[in-house]
Design a protein around this ligand. Structure first.
Ligand code: GLC
Ligand code: CA
Length: 547
């Protein structure tokens, strides 16, 4: 076996460490029954594409029974499938087919809140002495008649809604149709564990845990302090206070440990991806004591920060320094809530971005369509879907543009559906679609596919250590190393050609460049504008064994 080459099954690393996660927004991936909305059978039809691309796991946002106030993040039955997405049998078939192709399934789980139509909440609101009353967070008005605290909801408006028949307010960190569960009541954890167990027994490989930093709130309901830096024109309403008493409470870590111990009752391979927008120093706590927490607490630095070299170097350095020894990193550029990477960074940076994301140390999480270079698709006011935009209009916070249908080919509706899709496909799909991109050897899509293949076949890229190299301001360079294999990545962020050399680069072999011309360098490393290269370095000299 070539030194450092990986073979299937051979590894001390778990699949979620070696592998690549791909987020499929289910409403927008593939419609199989002509109603303009993506569904489970649609995802199943597209498994050959996902296998060709080379991803190891699909994260699927909620497809459970839901009134769709927040497009599935308002669950009314965790143990069934929303008819518009299919049936439980369709989900079983998707899990089985995906597994057959070596692709794992990560379901999105919503532990912070349910739908207001969930039977638990229907009971809870029915009377003050209903046994389910305390499953949610009910509170009297303040003596002056105002809401119980100054807490704001994350999708617009205040976080309290008055239930007139019972005369109390209930808390919702998101929409009024998404009442928050009361994690201080142990019955809630027991019930949620049963829902999780249902899916673990059906064979899902893990969960993306939604809104994990919200689970516990201050038990004294103290007001949050005002945020003096709030920009009312640009920022959401909830940003006017600092979420001291509503976000990232220490008790959240107990909840995480409890869910993890349930996963551990199954085999070692079941995992959690936690939605957490936190600074690195707070984020790492979610790995749990001795790593018995969330395996992949999502690192949002590349989502929130500017895509520019000084920032990227700082983010890599800070993150790597903050990670405890047992913690496995992860990286992503976006998801169904955030502007697309190619829109934020510019389409001309998409190739550099692909090389960065797929060569950093840690699990890459790809948002569907980013591998094509899809950009945000504007939505006309009369076609608005996202409740966030409707409740906070005009601030550019709406999430419809990042959820546009996947572009498969140049036929009407881009091969996504035979009917008018729920969101517009957008302009330019005739030239930018999977069918066309697969045929073009220089497409971004083929670059993604080749990078994924390279990562899969080179253990240093998949699981190796990372060391940043000294480099000029517009170059990001690092070395990945494992089992005697040493690989360098050099990314030129300048719009000019740049030369870069490093003593480690003697005997260099170019494995890949972002512009597809692997042999252009000769012996000197010259990078064309906005181009990156992956170099195979001479293997580290073996450590002499002294007898
Ligand atoms: C998460 C989801 C988002 C949803 C919210 C409420 O942030 O990613 O789409 O609106 O939770 O469940
Ligand atoms: Ca459909």
């Amino acid at each position: 076996m070539e030194q450092g080459r990986m073979e299937a099954g051979e590894s001390a690393f778990a699949w979620w460490q070696r592998g690549i996660v791909y987020e499929v927004y289910p409403r927008s991936f593939q419609d199989s029954n002509g109603d303009g909305i993506g569904d489970l059978n649609g995802i199943r039809q597209r498994l050959p594409y996902l296998q060709w691309l080379g991803v190891d796991a699909l994260w699927i946002p909620p497809v459970y029974t839901s009134p769709m106030a927040d497009f599935g993040y308002d669950v009314s039955n965790y143990c069934d499938i929303e008819p518009m997405f299919g049936t439980l049998a369709d989900m079983d078939a998707l899990i089985a087919d995906a597994h057959e192709r070596g692709i794992r399934i990560i379901l999105d789980f919503v532990p912070n809140h349910t739908s207001d139509q969930h039977p638990w909440f229907v009971q809870s609101r029915s009377s003050r002495d209903n046994p389910y009353r305390d499953w949610y967070i009910w509170r009297d008005a303040k003596p002056d008649g105002s809401p119980p605290s100054n807490w704001w909801a994350h999708l617009g408006g205040i976080a309290w809604t008055l239930d007139e028949p019972t005369g109390q307010y209930y808390l919702h960190s998101f929409l009024p149709q998404q009442p928050d569960l009361n994690w201080r009541n142990p019955a809630v954890l027991q019930a949620l564990k049963q829902q999780l167990r249902f899916w673990l027994e059906r064979g899902v490989d893990g969960f993306r845990m939604d809104a994990l930093m919200h689970l516990y709130k201050d038990d004294q309901f103290r007001d949050n302090p005002p945020n003096p830096d709030w920009l009312p024109e640009k920022q959401a309403e909830h940003d006017q206070v600092i979420p001291l008493h509503t976000l990232n409470l220490p008790e959240n870590l107990q909840a995480v440990a409890a869910m993890r111990s349930l996963l551990d009752e199954f085999d070692d391979d079941r995992m959690m991806l936690g939605e957490l927008y936190l600074q690195t120093k707070d984020l790492v706590a979610y790995y749990g004591e001795r790593g018995r927490g969330v395996q992949l607490p999502t690192n949002s630095t590349l989502i929130l920060h500017a895509f520019e070299p000084a920032q990227i170097k700082e983010d890599i350095r800070d993150y790597e320094l903050a990670l405890p020894a047992y913690a496995w990193p992860n990286w992503s550029f976006g998801n169904h809530d955030r502007p697309r990477f190619a829109t934020r960074a510019g389409t001309d940076h998409a190739r550099l971005g692909a090389m960065l994301l797929l060569t950093l140390r840690g699990t890459p999480i790809i948002y569907y369509g980013d591998e094509l270079g899809m950009t945000d698709v504007p939505v006309a006011p009369e076609n608005l879907q996202d409740p966030f935009e409707k409740r906070s209009p005009g601030k550019g916070l709406g999430r419809d543009p990042v959820r546009s249908p996947m572009r498969w080919d140049d036929s009407e509706h881009a091969g996504f559906s035979t009917a008018q899709p729920w969101l517009p496909v957008g302009d330019g799909y005739q030239a930018l679609n999977v069918h066309q991109a697969q045929a073009d050897p220089h497409s971004l899509l083929n670059l993604y596919q080749r990078l994924i293949e390279l990562r899969r076949t080179h253990i240093a890229l998949a699981v190796g250590s990372i060391t940043l190299l000294e480099a000029p301001a517009d170059i990001v360079a690092y070395v990945r190393e494992h089992a005697g294999q040493r690989i360098a990545v050099v990314l030129n962020f300048s719009r000019k050609a740049r030369a870069y050399s490093h003593p480690l680069f003697a005997d260099t072999k170019v494995l890949m460049t972002t512009d597809g011309m692997e042999d252009q360098f000769g012996n000197a490393l010259k990078l064309s504008p906005l181009n990156g290269a992956i170099l195979q370095l001479r293997a580290a000299p073996p450590i002499p064994v002294l007898l």
